[in-house]
Design a binder for this molecule. Structure first.
Ligand code: GLN
Length: 541
């Protein structure tokens, strides 16, 4: 067995308490004390991965370097810890069953009845140890999705119970995240829901070591005492997690509550040295004390659920703080934008971002948005579908290619300026078959893209089926839309930009997936700068 320590984070009472942020914050604090940490998430649903889920169901689908389509919590892990996760960091019930059933068909369990215990739980444990056995980590934090008591999460909870006996007490710890509601009429914080959810864990054979309690009010000592008594934990293992102004405050709140110290002392690890968290504090200082502000529009079709654009929104937070600029992000529904109301909806903006997406709903509104940004010299960033739409708009309104489109939107278009690659055409299965994960890209010397990155070779993450159609490349370049980024292996156009525009850049990839708190993405940094320059110029004019 490896020497890694295993920390499990379970949730009780309700979902959406922020297990992902607590896990990422604990990971950050351990990392700041010099430990090597990774975080993994188990999702109890049956889909093999969230790639086929509608963003309305599950928010954004986060893509890792190795091309895994994963839960958006992995984005928090990467942003907080500045690490790269992989397929091994997100496992669903669907994948566990798929692996077991595939093995069964291969005859791996010949003669045996295949059962939840031990076969499913063994497969869950195998996935827990996979990361530990690399020898790369001191801590594996595993977040169990859903709530204790859910039918779907039972096998995961059972596997956690078994892990304790396999790795030993000193290498194993459970943190239970719960809610301590405030009843206005009684004027009191209530501990009963926590007691009940801990009872449920105990029924499954798990004694939590630490309780992290979400609460809108401070937890007084007597409440902490009561929870400690009823839930069999030390009073200093009852940790308060108050609602925070920003998710990025949470590591410091957890530091104040000594969550990391409790974890280390329970796992018999050294904890005398204070975590080196100065850069994080500097970031928070800049985030909270901006010296300028700007208004940027995010035009997409899932705006009712901002989680669908989680990484983009966070990228603006990181790059905004870097620029000491408060970014007022206005989410605008692409279905609402028309040629007639573009001025009214978009006229006040200093920058326009057209979001990624799938399918034709809202596409004409996106095209109108691009046109408005292009014609009015407003800084523009197009991400994936956003770049494709910029290409379609240019084809229609500058090159005069009437009816130009992506074949995703219109198979019969007379001018397929965005089209499917040959190797995508025969694909039948929808799951995991897009162009996924990291690809390298050469940037044109002196281009706006190269200036933003400060280098000529980059690698970025992809998630799409359609591509720029190189048959039209010459025509585009001649008219002023340049291919500023090219995939050196395939010749595919990865970035475009306008020659005669202050800052108009589109990328076929997702830069937002690589923006980190302490390492904001250069395209977002430059986009915000361009928006500030535009605003200044507008004020002078
Ligand atoms: N729907 C487009 C494609 O598949 C763009 C995808 C995206 O924006 N991620 O190519």
């Amino acid at each position: 067995m490896s020497s890694a320590k295993y920390i499990f984070v379970t949730g009780g009472v309700t979902s959406s308490l922020g297990k992902g942020i607590i896990s990422a914050s604990l990971g950050k604090l351990l990392q700041a004390r010099g430990f090597r940490v990774t975080i993994q998430k188990f999702d109890p649903y049956i889909n093999i991965d969230p790639g086929t889920l509608n963003p309305y169901e599950h928010g954004e689908c986060y893509v890792t370097e190795d091309g895994a389509e994963t839960d958006l919590d992995l984005g928090h892990y990467e942003r907080f810890l500045d690490i790269s996760t992989s397929q091994a960091n997100n496992i669903t019930t669907g994948r566990i069953y798929h692996n077991v059933i595939t093995a069964e068909r291969q005859g791996k369990f010949l003669g045996k009845t295949v059962q939840v215990v031990p076969h499913i739980t063994d497969e869950i444990k195998r996935n827990v140890y996979l990361l530990g056995e690399t020898g790369e980590y001191d801590f594996i934090i595993t977040e169990i999705g859903g709530c204790v008591g859910d039918i779907e999460s039972l096998p995961f909870i059972e596997a956690v119970r078994q892990v304790k006996w396999e790795v030993g007490q000193n290498n194993f710890l459970v943190i239970h995240l719960t809610l301590v509601p405030y009843l206005k009429s009684a004027g009191e914080l209530k501990t009963k829901p926590t007691q009940h959810s801990v009872k449920q864990l105990l029924e499954a054979g798990i004694q939590p070591d630490i309780l992290v309690c979400r609460a809108e009010h401070p937890l007084p000592n007597d409440i902490r005492k009561k929870m400690a008594l009823f839930c069999n934990v030390n009073i200093n293992s009852v940790i308060e997690a108050r609602d925070a102004e920003s998710i990025y405050d949470v590591p410091l709140l957890m530091l104040k509550e000594k969550l990391d110290e409790r974890v280390l002392s329970k796992l018999r690890m050294p904890h005398k040295q204070e975590p080196a968290i100065e850069h994080w504090k500097e970031f928070l200082g800049k985030l909270k004390n901006p010296t300028s502000e700007t208004r940027i529009g995010l035009i997409g079709k899932y705006v009712e659920l901002p989680d669908a654009y989680k990484s983009i929104i966070e990228s603006f937070t990181h790059a905004g703080a870097y620029n000491e600029c408060k970014v007022h992000l206005k989410l605008i529904h692409s279905e609402e934008v028309t040629a007639e109301n573009a001025q009214q909806l978009l006229g006040e903006l200093d920058g326009i971002l057209v979001a990624p997406g799938f399918g034709d709903r809202g596409i004409e509104g996106k095209i109108q948005t691009v046109r408005f940004a292009r014609e009015n010299g407003i800084p523009f960033l197009g991400i994936c579908l956003g770049m494709q739409v910029a290409v379609v708009e240019f084809a229609r309104n500058v090159l005069g290619l009437e009816g130009a489109n992506s074949t995703e939107m219109n198979k019969e278009t007379p001018h397929p300026v965005i089209a499917m690659m040959e190797d995508q055409k025969n694909i039948q299965e929808m799951g995991g078959t897009m162009r996924l994960g990291t690809y390298t890209c050469d940037l044109r010397k002196g281009s706006k893209a190269a200036q933003a990155y400060g280098k000529n070779k980059i690698s970025e993450r992809h998630r799409h089926r359609y591509e720029f159609n190189n048959k039209y490349l010459k025509e585009f370049e001649a008219a002023g839309m340049l291919a500023s980024g090219i995939n050196p292996d395939t010749g595919l156009v990865e970035m475009v930009e306008l020659k005669d525009h202050p800052w108009f850049v589109g990328g076929q990839f997702h830069p937002e997936l690589k923006s980190r708190v302490l390492n904001p993405h250069p395209l977002f940094i430059r986009f915000i700068k361009a928006a500030l320059e535009y605003k200044q110029k507008k004020q002078k004019d």
